[in-house]
Design a protein around this ligand. Sequence first.
Ligand code: IPM
Ligand code: MG
Length: 362
Amino acid sequence: MEFHVAVIAGDGIGPEIIREARKVLDKVGSTFGHTFHYEDLLMGGASIDVNGVPLTDETIERAKAADAVLMGSIGGNTSTSPWYQLPPNLRPEAGLLKIRKELKLFANVRPAYLYEELKAACPLRDEIIGDGFDLVIMRELTGGLYFGERGTTEENGVLTAKDTLTYNENEIRRIAVRAFDIAGKRRKKVTSVDKANVLDSSRLWRKVVEEVAKDYPDITLEHMLVDNCAMQLVRDPKQFDVILTENMFGDILSDEASMVTGSIGMLSSASLNETKFGLYEPSHGSAPDIAGQDLANPIATILSAAMMLRYSFDLDQEADSVEAAVKQVLAEGYRTGDIYSNGCIKVGTTQMGDEIAKRIQK
Ligand code: IPM
Ligand code: MG
């Protein structure tokens, strides 16, 4: 089959991790008889440098026309990069938020899985890790504080800044449905995370999630306050299957969840709309400090490409082959610096991609 993939390499380590993901996709193509056509698109700092804005309308249209979008990472060093001298709506991150909104990518799926081979990189004690853990964060991605009304005003010489957190019941319902659907294919438990002891938006969240739960009698629903969830993720991550939460809480908890797996360099993500279309990107950022040095771990991006094969292209066997190749490479001891431990074979970005591509098989 043929697939059109819009590729946003982005900034920092983006281009090098995307290069490795494409290498692996091409190997999948030659092994299974598919052709992936890539179209390079600019977003973030790379787009600011060329177009003066982090995302153009043309890029949005081209992304929409593709079968899926594969993204590296965007943004630079916030204290030194000239991009951060620009007004907030012209900075790299504004491009990412805009494309999420324009493509209606409301459901952000972030799996956090502890590989047996990477236990040594996990910062938790052995008795907490036990047999490992395997959870998914379902983060609402196009509402809440990220997209609410905001502004800064000055009254009588006093500056006041405001951000607003708004959700309507439809926005909550559609993400909750996604979370229950995913839980149905896993261990059948949804933990809905909110701050219902303080926020109205969280009280509505809880009410709607409970309504949705009625359609899924075989799935266990529990509610957890976000501060408790932050604690439980390091106290006992095994208790979680699917964590369902709003945009900002999901942003914070997904970084935490990734760190307990040993490295944020391992974690993939998919941002989906109501159709098969999705944008696939690693959960990590652009790491400008190590860009261009062959140090970045390309695995999160490669696993994001695997999610693209599975969710947007229905190529389950192909996605399995990528995930199996990653596991095999880890089992054989290959490690980039971020997941390195004594006795392993230290490799750079390029070799990690080569080793994974080599092990793709039918
Ligand atoms: C993420 C990132 C983004 C977010 C930034 C870059 C705007 O942290 O995808 O988690 O906050 O959503
Ligand atoms: Mg984040």
